[in-house]
Write a protein that binds this ligand. Structure first.
Ligand code: PEP
Length: 255
């Protein structure tokens, strides 16, 4: 496959800087300098610097879980792209359903962050996905299309080469319920078709679309084997180096 798998851990509001350093060191020794699969860890802001030091001499990349789309100034409690780059973050998760739900983030605001990240040399992992209610109402593909095109408004083809899409059905996040490989593939395939229409065949073929929602070692092989699933955004199973390492192995086997 021409698209390199990406396995990204979203640690959410877990791990102190010390705990984060320990977990990151374990992951760094599993990955070492092997870049067959792109491995990313996304700790909380306060742990970024220590995690960054712990993965420094490995192929593991650093990501943040959010940013604010301004360079600096009177934005109490917020963190700028420049601050993230200063600790060597390369990726940033944007539009996660927990931020959409608890912090009322709109597609327009997420879009502002996506564009600002790209302008400031951070690679967005743009999360999209439907709730259970929306799936049961048959609205999945409409919701995904609105979030995708809303989040990407004004992003050109060169921006797309620095961006990853994460399809995360909200009902599967942290619930232990996983989309079946067929359900996930159906949506991933639709996302790729939307990218073809909005951009080109080449952009659609190159963009990585990863799956998130209770991915774990027991279901990863089947999900990752789907033609349009290019990796995983992992919450719970990324907090333990053994399960995260097994997910990396699943992607390596398929590479
Ligand atoms: C996530 O929060 O992005 C996620 C996929 O979580 P979990 O793996 O715990 O479902």
């Amino acid at each position: 496959m021409s698209r390199k798998y990406i396995i990204a851990g979203n640690w959410k509001m877990n791990k102190t800087p010390e705990e984060g350093k320990e977990l990151a060191s374990e992951i760094a020794s599993i990955v070492s300098k092997d870049a067959t699969v792109e491995v990313v860890v996304c700790p909380a802001f306060v742990a970024l610097e220590r995690v960054s030091q712990a993965i420094e001499s490995s192929a593991v990349r650093l990501g943040a879980q959010n940013l604010y789309p301004k360079t600096s100034g009177a934005y109490t409690g917020e963190v700028s792209p420049e601050m993230l780059r200063a600790v060597f973050a390369k990726y940033v998760i944007l539009g996660h359903s927990e931020r959409r739900e608890h912090f009322h983030e709109s597609d327009a605001f997420i879009n502002e962050k996506v564009k600002f990240s790209l302008e400031n040399l951070l690679k967005p992992i743009l999360c999209i996905g439907e709730t259970l209610e929306q799936r049961e109402a048959g609205e999945t593909l409409d919701v995904v299309k609105t979030q995708l095109l809303g989040g990407l408004d004004g992003v050109d083809a060169s921006g797309m080469s620095n961006l990853v899409i994460a399809y995360e059905p909200v009902w599967a996040i942290g619930t232990g319920k996983t989309a079946t490989p067929e359900m996930a593939q159906e949506v991933h395939g639709s996302i790729r078709s939307l990218l073809k229409e909005a951009y080109s065949d080449a952009v659609a073929a190159k963009t990585r679309i990863i799956y998130g929602g209770s991915m774990k070692p027991a279901n990863a092989d089947d999900l990752l084997a789907q033609p349009d699933i290019d990796g995983g955004l992992i919450g719970g199973a990324s907090l333990d180096s053994k399960s995260f390492g097994d997910l990396i192995d699943s992607a390596r086997k398929l590479s």
